[in-house]
Design a protein around this ligand. Sequence first.
Ligand SMILES: Cc1ncc(COP(=O)(O)O)c(C=O)c1O
Length: 362
Amino acid sequence: MTEPLATPCLLIHRDIVRQNIQRLADYAAQHEIDLRPHTKTHKSQLLAAMQLKAGAVGLTVAKVGEAEVMARTGDDILVAYPTVDKPRTRRLARLAQHKTIRVAVDSTVAADALAGEARRVGTTVGILVDVDVGLHRTGVASSNLALALAQHVDRAAGLRLDGLFCYPGHVWDRPDGQAHALAQVAQTLAETLDLWWRHGLEAKIVSGGSTPTAYQSHLIRELSEIRPGTYVLNDMNTVRGGFCSLSDCAAQILSTVVSNAVPNQVVLDAGSKTLTSDLCRPAPDSGHGYIVEYPDARIPALTEEHAQVDISRCATKPQIGEQVTIIPNHICPCMNLQDSFWWQEGDATPEAVRIDARGMVS
Ligand SMILES: Cc1ncc(COP(=O)(O)O)c(C=O)c1O
């Protein structure tokens, strides 16, 4: 018998990843929407290459470090994050000398910073104007402000106005209850595009999308592309939100029962440094992840290296030394906490794969 993997560790099932990628690629092709997956979820060149092979038009990143890593795999990178400071804009301009680099911005400060660095190295950076469609995180607050920023970008040497950007991260309704919220997103985009058009500006790209809204993207006719990230691996957020089923979760944390000293409780070796402290957004009382072998168990508390598991409702109890499988609440930050994952294909012995952009938070 082969030795069990050292825990806690991250195991990713290749077949499920492949299915998740293909399903969304088929949907996007059917509705003639481009896919530009957000790679902050997996931070892996291997998974990004699979997404590109399945037809993605480019890759999305949040961080400049991720852009530098993903530019080794893809030629067309969107930074879905405002880059306002010199360390970021300088590195992006350098990258834009060899690759297509686009950045979503919501201020003239960000636009000017990018323009200055692009001019300095004799290149051009593509700009998408970020408009707020309801999350109230980034994005200019109105169509008129989006027009003013687009005109500013259009006049700036070193920049190329490529289009419009939004993130409907506030929409977490079940898929069949999203129509109203998505109609409001569509209205903001339509108003903005109309205003641009009347002022002689064109948006070649209209970028939006998230995992919760991914399969409803056709309801926003204005979109030319979508940027879901989590869909490739899924997690308890997407399961309990009604966006996928447990069998679509490709990533699991393997963990060992290390103590059963307290009655009705076992302790696992995966704490907040592995599972993160994120609660499940659609079910905040459900605990810190789902234990596949013990669906009636609940993880009410985490410390850095310990998960306390309430097993009072379990008919059979996990035994000390036993390995269990946890689906985390939010997979994206979990990927950022590991140097590598185990890549499982069928029954073969899993292979270790480096997580290329883990820890790259600038
Ligand atoms: C700007 C932006 N675009 C796309 C995504 C991907 O969305 P999801 O995590 O739902 O797949 C995110 C996620 O945080 C985001 O912040």
